[in-house]
Design a binder for this molecule. Structure first.
Ligand SMILES: [Zn+2]
Length: 227
């Protein structure tokens, strides 16, 4: 495909070419800007091209919006997102999206140490030593569940199947912080008949979370544009 020659940017009218002019961005970036912006704002008027100058402005504008949206997202209650440890029941109609696998480290700064939680039950008190634990403290389970639920939403899904939460090791560092290393695994799916499975209120909540998650991923597309 031959590239069209521009004298000025169709979006911001900057001069194109020459030693002082701007450069038109690649076809794939133009598509991302137009497609993602249209989905975010139905009144968006797409342009046939953008230059590096206005693309920088687009990136900045959406990075700012992404920051705000992510802060709001962190405050949301995600408890209605289903985490299922086995295969899904027969009445679930769903699409497979992706496998999710990660680990996280949780340390004592992340929970209330005035809690009656007894670390000695889980941790070998020696510096840097690590110990295998066989019982997961409940607050760690809650922390992981929330992390998984948020991840499901940002991956475009609305439920997680085959969930595995494994707390493998715990140890103490030189600052006397207690750490837990947790492995998290699951398969992200998009349930199509969520209204048949959850209550009205819960399915509405999940749909709203999906809407916000979708918005965040579009904002990410626009703020991650690589020039
Ligand atoms: Zn421009």
């Amino acid at each position: 495909m031959s590239e069209k020659e521009y004298k000025e940017c169709p979006n911001c009218n900057s001069k194109i070419g020459g030693w002082s002019g701007e450069k038109i961005i690649g076809e794939n970036l133009i598509t991302i800007i137009n497609e993602s912006s249209k989905k975010l704002d139905s009144s968006f008027v797409e342009k046939e091209a953008y230059c590096e100058n206005c693309t920088k402005e687009i990136k900045e504008k959406y990075s700012e919006k992404l920051k705000e949206a992510s802060e709001d997202f962190d405050k949301l209650n995600t408890n209605d997102i289903i985490l299922f440890s086995t295969s899904p029941p027969q009445n679930w109609e769903y699409e497979y999206l992706d496998l999710f696998s990660t680990y996280c480290l949780i340390n004592t700064n992340q929970w209330d140490t005035t809690d009656s939680f007894d670390t000695s039950k889980y941790i070998d008190q020696k510096w840097f030593s690590s110990t295998v634990i066989d019982e997961m403290p409940e607050f760690i389970m809650d922390y992981c569940k929330e992390k998984l639920r948020k991840k499901v939403i940002t991956m475009g899904g609305n439920a997680l199947i085959g969930v595995k939460i494994d707390c493998t090791h715990s140890w103490v560092d030189s600052e006397n912080l207690y750490y837990f290393k947790i492995n998290l695994l699951g398969t992200v799916i998009k349930l199509n008949n969520i209204a048949d499975i959850l209550s009205d209120t819960s399915s509405k909540n999940v749909n709203e979370l999906s809407r916000i998650g979708n918005e965040i991923s579009l904002l990410k597309n626009l703020s991650d544009l690589e020039l």
